[in-house]
Design a binder for this molecule. Structure first.
Ligand SMILES: NC(=O)c1ccc[n+]([C@@H]2O[C@H](COP(=O)([O-])OP(=O)(O)OC[C@H]3O[C@@H](n4cnc5c(N)ncnc54)[C@H](OP(=O)(O)O)[C@@H]3O)[C@@H](O)[C@H]2O)c1
Length: 345
């Protein structure tokens, strides 16, 4: 198994075609720190060189575990984290303001045990904070050497474009990457986000490529409700019998048959699909255990043939998100199934 490397947008940095997400390390997933470190080391040994976390993942615990794992390996890893989510009761301990960003970055650097973050991402846009305020604060962090590159996550296309224009017109650092939700079951970003990212040369590192677990084979029609800490946190998104999930379940059944006919696991089919989009740099996988990591690593060197991609398009049409709970955000235009996911020809 070999994980190929891809350019990270137009930065000149090369990253592995799979990124390791650390959301599951800590109280909300796997509370065993040593086990988390083992999973991270195995991913790095397999060739993964980009790790994604966030301050809010288990309220800083994920960053602490990543920091432990990278203690002797920091220089070989492209380290990404995020700010925006609430980090305490105080009215200002969250958001995209200059005031919070300067505090949040110090907290993340301390927890990660490093003096710089390679990619510092705005976890979500915020309507009542001027984006120029946010980009101005982030530009200062780049100039101070605390941050190398800027990214966004789950930004609608208009906000992505706005960020590029602010950078150009006001001399701010440019956002170089977007982290959107994207999987076979959540294809809304094919409509505008992915084409916009391509137009501006942004790296794209999608989250939840297995739709949070729906594309692992554990969710099957007539089967039991799978055990998952996620179901407790977001019951609507993971309840197998929920009305909003009926279309997902139907698609999963068809995809399982397609995977078997294609000699792939459902996980390989799902990750291969995200990897195949020309705008995508590296899907962020989110294993909770070593076994889950092993089940995903092989996907990086099993590209899906065109006929398999065509069959997927018949099961979930391009541009379609089957449940708004998987969309992260759901402006109506993103759910219109009008845009092909691959260029013609
Ligand atoms: N920017 C954002 O807003 C945002 C949002 C979400 C995630 N992310 C990033 O994206 C990363 C990946 O997201 P994700 O965790 O939602 O990804 P995902 O790959 O869609 O889902 C991962 C889940 O799939 C299940 N799974 C994986 N392998 C399995 C296997 N072999 N057998 C059975 N179940 C398996 C596990 O569920 P169980 O834990 O239930 O076993 C695991 O937690 C995160 O770590 C984070 O870095 C970012």
């Amino acid at each position: 198994m070999t994980i190929p490397y891809r350019p990270f947008g137009r930065t000149g940095v090369q990253v592995s075609a799979l990124a390791l997400g650390a959301m599951n390390f800590g109280a909300r997933g796997n509370p065993d720190h040593e086990d988390g470190v083992r999973v991270i080391h195995r991913a790095l040994d397999a060739g993964i060189n980009i790790v994604d976390t966030a301050d809010v993942y288990s309220q800083g615990e994920s960053e602490v575990i990543v920091g432990k794992a990278l203690a002797d390996r920091r220089d070989d890893v492209f380290l990404a984290t995020k700010f925006h989510g609430r980090m305490g009761d105080d009215v200002n301990r969250f958001g995209n303001s200059r005031r919070w960003i300067h505090r949040a970055v110090e907290d993340s650097l301390r927890r990660l045990g490093t003096d710089h973050i390679d990619l510092y991402q705005v976890h979500r846009p915020e309507e009542d904070t001027d984006f120029d305020e946010t980009l101005g604060a982030l530009t200062d962090l780049v100039r101070q050497g605390k941050v190398r590159y800027l990214g966004t996550s789950t930004f609608p296309p208009s906000r992505i474009v706005e960020g590029q224009w602010i950078a150009e017109r006001r001399g701010r650092e440019r956002v170089v990457a977007e982290q959107p939700p994207y999987s076979i079951l959540a294809r809304g970003v094919e409509a505008e986000v992915l084409p916009v990212a391509q137009r501006y040369g942004l790296a794209v590192i999608p989250w939840s490529p297995l739709a949070g677990g729906w594309l692992t084979g554990r969710y099957r029609a007539g089967g039991p409700q799978p055990e998952s800490s996620r179901a407790a946190r977001q019951p609507g998104r993971f309840e197998i019998g929920g009305a909003e999930n009926a279309a997902k379940l139907e698609a999963v059944e068809a995809l399982a048959v397609l995977a078997e006919q294609s000699g792939l696991t459902l996980i390989e089919l799902a990750l291969g699909f995200v990897l195949a989009h020309p705008a995508v740099t590296a899907p962020i996988i989110g294993p909770r255990t070593l076994e889950q990591l092993e089940s995903q690593l092989g996907a990086a060197d099993r590209p899906l043939p065109a006929d398999v991609l065509d069959e997927i398009d018949k099961i979930v049409p391009p541009g379609t998100t089957l449940s708004s709970q998987d969309a992260g955000y759901a402006p109506p235009s993103l759910r219109e199934p009008t845009i092909r996911r691959r260029p013609l020809g």
